[in-house]
Ligand binder design. Structure first.
Ligand code: UD1
Ligand code: UDP
Length: 366
């Protein structure tokens, strides 16, 4: 038996933890404790995904909620430490790059518990991004590092990480996409929103550099004002973004866009149905760059860099400067190619990453 605490906290963690919990539980050789830090807590940012993705109910919810980086990270650490001391696991497993990832990682290694990082090695090389700090720090203290794409292997090598503990296993987020694609096709979200396949764009935005910086947010909204005259925009809005728009001078401009459908965050299956059938996706999300690559849908990532370069080199993604005219120019280019994007599937993005991880742990770390 491997005794392992699996940690999740924010929306993208849930898609990543789902196939891991399944692989661990199906093997019968892991004793798991699922800890939710409570970093995300709205029904539409958290509970919904547990129901839809059949993730076991967390054994413990630390209920940390929102706060500044220091407050949130410290609060997770304070509340996670007694859990680790009590459960006495062989390993703590963390996924992704959110504050909960580094907070729980630090607690584990300081108590002397080995740390596993799933989605290790990704680098945007942009230290102004909170996630980049979380990625670099988590990798530097991890004992076993599971990587989604070759760039991650190269980055860890360049940072001097011993290759004996690094494994290219593929992408657990794509495990979840492939496991749910058929189910998602049955969603009635298109009918509910009166959308026709390939006749709309999906938008998501939540990076602080785009939505806390009102100057950048204004540039992006200005581009949407132009694009929505041509194509319907569907925008499930992240709570951070909603708060920033509400009460600002942009509020009236967003409301005035007659071809923009503003929604609360939607569930995974509805979102997958929306993206799979979209003409184009415009986003600053990490995970959505990967999902559009698998779905073969053109993706405009409104960022200066990406920690997921394979989505540009092999997938359907392109990076766009935060500049109104640039966003419109790229939109028009993609439109003139009939919203078609050619790409290939990155190595091991085949739905079996979590099984590989379970197998490696059982073979080499039991
Ligand atoms: C976090 C992650 C980011 C990830 C994103 C996914 C960090 C540093 N950031 O960003 O890497 O891409 O999640 O969505 O860990 N809020 C609610 N309800 C919720 C959760 C948040 O209203 O359920 C609001 C609060 O006002 C909160 C704000 O959103 O202050 C930001 O939440 P937080 O978790 O700090 O960061 P995200 O922007 O969600
Ligand atoms: N997602 C969702 N509903 C939404 C927006 C996104 O289910 O309204 C899913 C999306 O399919 C992907 C994950 O949330 O699986 C990405 O999370 P997010 O963009 O919040 O975080 P990031 O990947 O940028 O860290």
């Amino acid at each position: 038996m491997i005794k392992i605490i699996c940690v999740c906290g924010a929306r993208p963690n849930f898609m990543k933890i789902a196939p891991l919990m399944k692989a661990f539980n199906q093997s019968g050789k892991f004793q798991t404790l699922l800890v939710h830090t409570g970093q995300h807590y709205d029904q539409k940012m958290s509970t919904l995904f547990f129901d839809e993705l059949n993730i076991p109910k967390p054994d413990i919810n630390l209920e940390v909620g929102s706060g500044s980086h220091a407050v949130q990270t410290a609060e997770v650490m304070k509340r996670f430490e007694p859990v680790v001391l009590d459960f006495k696991p062989d390993y703590v497993l963390v996924v992704g790059d959110v504050n909960s990832t580094i907070a729980c990682g630090m607690v584990a290694v300081k108590i002397g518990v080995k740390l596993i990082h799933v989605e290790a090695g990704l680098r945007s090389f942009d230290r102004s991004m909170p996630e980049e700090i979380n990625r670099v720090l988590t990798d530097s203290i991890s004992d076993i590092l599971f990587v989604t794409e070759q760039s991650g292997i190269d980055n860890l090598k360049n940072e001097g990480v011993n290759s004996d503990k690094v494994y290219l296993v593929g992408n657990v987020m794509i495990d979840t996409l492939l496991a749910n694609k058929d189910k998602a096709e049955k969603s009635d979200i298109l009918e509910k929103l009166y959308l026709e396949k390939k006749k709309y764009a999906v938008i998501t935005l939540h990076r602080p550099s785009n939505v806390d910086d009102m100057n950048n947010l204004e540039k992006i909204i200005s581009a949407f004002e132009v694009i929505q005259k041509d194509l319907k925009l569907v925008f499930p809005i992240h709570p951070r973004t909603k708060k920033n728009i509400e009460g600002s001078s942009l509020q009236a401009r967003v409301t005035a866009m007659t071809n923009l459908i503003l929604l609360e965050p939607v569930g995974y299956l509805d979102f997958l149905k929306l993206t799979a059938n979209a003409a184009i996706v415009i986003t600053d999300s990490g995970g959505i760059q990967e999902e559009t690559t698998i779905l073969g849908v053109p993706c405009m990532t409104l960022r200066e860099n990406t920690e997921r370069p394979v989505t540009v080199a092999e997938g359907t993604n392109r990076l766009i400067h935060i500049d109104t005219q640039d966003i419109i120019k790229h939109y028009n280019q993609i439109k003139s190619a009939n919203f078609e994007a050619k790409g290939r599937i990155p190595k091991f993005w085949d739905g079996k990453a979590a099984e590989r991880i379970a197998q490696i742990l059982l073979t080499s770390y039991r």
